[in-house]
Design a protein around this ligand. Structure first.
Ligand code: DGL
Length: 271
């Protein structure tokens, strides 16, 4: 038994490519349909109602591509709009719960940091779930609002002065509290790993939501006999706006992964 339909992945923009990259690495046979809402990014500063409306439209678009499973590769959607999945006819994977499990297994001292968008931090989603596993955990949250535009600008070098200075401010409470584990709770942030390590050193474990989510996707498909039994026949990438910096940002977020992808623009309101 196999299911050769594609896996649908969406994000408010291109940050979700850090999740898509991990899924493509772990499950190279799978076809991916990716939608990035580049015309309406960021979601992280918007109201719950707007984020839910956008998430439903994104999910509907992916369903129109006959996907077998949908991944919300966006910390913000996963934190405040995961209930949109209740009406989906296919399984749904969000990025929060798997990263929480990875953080809870990694921590030795029970002090865990969350660096995410303000909508994610305000939702308290990570904190609530961490406290279910470790009731006396110390959770230090920081809304790294300026980091999304910094990544979009491509200022992601390990020693980039703007990235380092901004990160130092957001990470100061984590350093003061002595966290030993930090969840990168926004899918844009894995590309700042080098700069974050330069500030926190090697003793703090960084949790990349893409890695934990890709493992969850594999596990879910394996258990339901839903893995593809043929080779990949091509991934499809869609955006709601082909911005001038699109290719630059996509290259940064995809890292060493396949950058020769074709991207199509869609009108998501009408999709
Ligand atoms: N990809 C979003 C997230 O993971 C960050 C960008 C946004 O604010 O929409 O939360």
């Amino acid at each position: 038994m196999a299911d050769n339909r594609a896996i649908g992945i969406f994000d408010s923009g291109l940050g979700g490519l850090t999740v898509a990259r991990e899924v493509m690495k772990l499950l190279p046979n799978e076809n991916i349909v990716y939608f990035g809402d580049t015309g309406r990014v960021p979601y992280g500063t918007r109201s719950h109602d707007t984020i839910k409306k956008y998430a439903l439209q994104d999910e509907r678009f992916l369903l129109s591509h006959d996907v077998k499973l949908i991944v919300a590769a966006c910390g913000t959607v996963s934190s405040v709009a995961a209930d949109t999945a209740e009406v989906l006819p296919v399984p749904f994977v969000e990025v929060v719960s798997h990263s929480v499990r990875a953080a809870v297994s990694a921590t030795q001292n029970g002090k865990i940091g969350i660096l995410a968008t303000s909508a994610t931090i305000n939702s308290g989603a990570h904190k609530k779930q961490i406290l279910e596993f470790i009731p006396n955990a110390e959770v230090i949250e920081s809304a790294g609002t300026l980091l999304v535009p910094i990544v979009e600008e491509g200022w992601t070098g390990d020693t980039d002065p703007v990235a380092l200075e901004t990160l130092k401010r957001y990470l100061a409470p984590m350093i003061d509290a002595g966290v030993d584990t930090l969840i990168l709770g926004c899918t844009h942030f894995p590309v700042l790993t080098g700069a974050i390590k330069n500030i926190l050193g090697d003793k703090v474990t960084l949790i990349n939501m893409g890695v934990s989510t890709a493992l969850a996707v594999k596990d879910m498909l394996q258990k339901s006999n839903g893995l593809r039994d043929e080779q990949n026949t091509g991934n499809k990438f869609y955006v709601s706006d082909k911005t001038a910096s699109f290719q630059k940002v996509a290259n940064i977020l995809l890292g060493d992964y396949d950058k020769d992808f074709n991207v199509e623009q869609v009108d998501i309101e009408k999709a």
